[in-house]
Design a binder for this molecule. Structure first.
Ligand code: SF4
Length: 351
């Protein structure tokens, strides 16, 4: 039997933290000092918080962990991408601990002053079940809580400064949107990462996209399309079965209307499945009149899933066809391949 999780500093609201600090012999403003140290300065050890009285530091160390999670494994790929396995304690006495992967992707140029991009997860496992993706192999285990999403940012920032983030790891963020929104508010307000620097990636549940468009802070949106054909999308994105692509695109249009921010359409190029010239032509017809860009992601092979990487020429030809039809498209060969840290290779179980 596992011990269920106990409160951490990150799991308490500002008021609840203040009350706990007073219980432990401190003053309310000490709670503000502790929050600032953690979120703004990235201090994850009370003993380094010299603005707190030493007796309070000792009491907090004994009674209130800063984080609920721990990094259990860390792997660095040759291109300096780091993949972390972050474990959260069980949420009930008879439950198992849960884990997700977090990927820290530094700029290509090691001398660049820019920070890294951090890919974080919104759920343990994923209920969408895309057949080419390792993350959804075992379905949904549970939703992550807001502080568990924030903690992924704190672990990532401990590796090095962040410039961007993508909520593109394990899970479908719009199926756990309240927690994702609360977490992104902390990341925006307290960690200081601008909303334009945060991209949320979804398969595009239309009403959920419309609701997200009215949320705050206003992040960027990417919708994973993967095909221009309804029948094939039912197979490639099973949780969207029966939802016509036209409805997904209409929700994307509404997003643009409300937020003024263009949608990025993600398209994983699967060799011999959705990468033909005909697919490119039909995709171009779907998108030609829209203000949107397409992000083409050549598939990263995952053992046992039965999908292949398209060859480089086919991928470039696909991009060129979109370009010629007036659709802005980028081709993005994912990094972190040898560490299995690229899109569709994240798995709730292990690094
Ligand atoms: S590709 Fe995204 S939505 Fe599909 S199963 Fe994987 S994590 Fe879920």
């Amino acid at each position: 039997m596992n011990a269920p999780s106990r409160p951490s500093l990150t799991s308490l609201s500002a008021d609840a933290l203040s009350a706990r600090v007073v219980e432990l012999g401190g003053k309310p403003f000490h709670a503000r000092v502790a929050r600032r140290e953690v979120y703004e300065r990235g201090v994850l050890d009370y003993s380094a918080m010299t603005g707190l009285p030493s007796a309070l530091r000792d009491a907090l160390t004994a009674e209130l962990p800063i984080l609920s999670s721990a990094v259990t494994t860390s792997r660095i790929a040759r291109d300096r991408t780091t993949k972390l396995l972050v474990e959260f304690p069980a949420t009930a006495p008879d439950a198992r601990p849960s884990s997700v992967e977090v990927v820290h992707i530094p700029p290509h140029d090691p001398d660049s002053p820019k920070g890294a991009t951090l890919c974080v997860s919104s759920q343990c496992g994923c209920p969408v079940g895309c057949p080419f993706c390792a993350s959804g192999l075992e379905g949904l285990e549970r939703n992550l809580e807001a502080h568990e999403i924030v903690e992924q940012f704190l672990h990532g920032r401990a590796i090095g400064p962040l410039s961007r983030s993508v909520v593109m790891g394990i899970g479908e963020p719009l199926l756990n949107f309240d927690a994702v929104q609360a977490a992104l508010a902390v990341v925006h307000d307290d960690l200081g990462l601008g909303a334009r620097k945060i991209t949320l990636s979804t398969v595009g549940f239309p009403e959920r996209v419309r609701r997200a468009a009215r949320s705050s802070p206003r992040f960027q949106l990417a919708i994973s399309l993967h095909t221009p054909d309804d029948e094939q999308r039912d197979e490639l994105v099973p949780a969207m079965k029966g939802v016509p692509i036209a409805e997904v695109l209409a929700a994307g249009d509404d997003w643009f209307e409300v937020t003024g921010r263009e949608v990025t359409y993600e398209y994983v190029l699967l060799g011999g499945v959705n990468d033909s010239a005909q697919h490119a032509g039909r995709l171009a017809r779907r998108l030609a009149s829209r203000r949107a860009t397409v992000n083409l992601i050549p598939y990263n092979p995952t053992q046992g899933l039965g999908f292949a990487r398209p060859d480089a020429k086919a991928a470039e030809a696909f991009r060129t066809l979109l370009d010629e039809a007036g659709v802005v498209a980028t081709l993005r060969w994912s990094r972190g391949l040898e560490g299995s840290a690229a899109c569709g290779q994240l798995r709730a179980g292990g690094v």
